[in-house]
Design a protein around this ligand. Sequence first.
Ligand SMILES: Nc1ncnc2c1ncn2[C@@H]1O[C@H](COP(=O)(O)OP(=O)(O)O)[C@@H](O)[C@H]1O
Ligand SMILES: Cc1ncc(COP(=O)(O)O)c(N)n1
Length: 277
Amino acid sequence: MTVVALTIAGSDSGGGAGIQADLKTFQELGVFGTSALTAVTAQNTRGVHGVYPIDAQGVTAQIRAVMDDFNVGAVKTGMLFSANIIQAVAETLQSYGPSALVIDPVMIAKGGASLLLDEAVQAMKELLIPLASVITPNIPEAEVLASMSIKSDSDVVEAANRLLKLGAKAVVMKGGHRRQANYAEDLFLSAAGERFTLRSEWIETKDTHGTGCTFSAAITAQIAQGKTIAESVITAKHFIQAAIADGLTLGGGHGPTNHWAYKRLGKTAGKDVVLID
Ligand SMILES: Nc1ncnc2c1ncn2[C@@H]1O[C@H](COP(=O)(O)OP(=O)(O)O)[C@@H](O)[C@H]1O
Ligand SMILES: Cc1ncc(COP(=O)(O)O)c(N)n1
């Protein structure tokens, strides 16, 4: 049976992040990808040159078109831009009953451009996060959502617990903005009490455009295929590690990751990823 996943996110004309990264990742992991566009960005590896949001009605109509016709196994959100769009997404998804939902709370592009208006943060916390099967903030996003600064390991745990209190069933605190010696460490915590760290070798590269989108899309593809949240996160870490390690060196700025790498490398993909209890 063909498994279907839906991404609700922005378009990256440069192809490394956003809806393009999500659909490529779904494809590589054997899932049929559908999409609802929230905004068009004029973007490349050097930066974001323009943001053109879709109106909330248009976002709702896209989600309905997909949900009314397909049996969607899991949904992910990326760039949502405004409170209006967040409200439309939350209400529309809820009207179809509970779905497996991965929230990547995208706020700022690598070059510094804002992909979420300040006024939208509260809507994200109140309307969307309570629906999350798992939320995958990077450290700056977690600081905004948990209203605290994150410096130490215990800060990471405290912020994760605050996000669980907002209603998410699980959280992955991504470590790409907080290098630990030679490692990139992501902390997984669930409301049910599961906890582990995924540690991989730090890769020296500027080509990290779309790492967060790719990671959360890989989680979504795995959940759609019936894996547990924890299993999905582990596979996604292998996927992103391989994709960063085998980077494509495209463009003059932060280049995209390599979505082909995981399948091409087979069992050796992300082989240095270690699970620490
Ligand atoms: N230089 C790196 N080497 C290895 N893994 C990395 C590196 N940068 C990011 N990652 C991993 O990529 C994923 C995305 O993390 P992060 O960069 O924090 O997210 P975002 O793209 O949302 O800012 C995480 O699994 C993180 O550990
Ligand atoms: C349309 C869009 N969505 C998301 C991101 C974030 O990318 P990253 O995964 O590097 O944080 C982006 N740059 N553009």
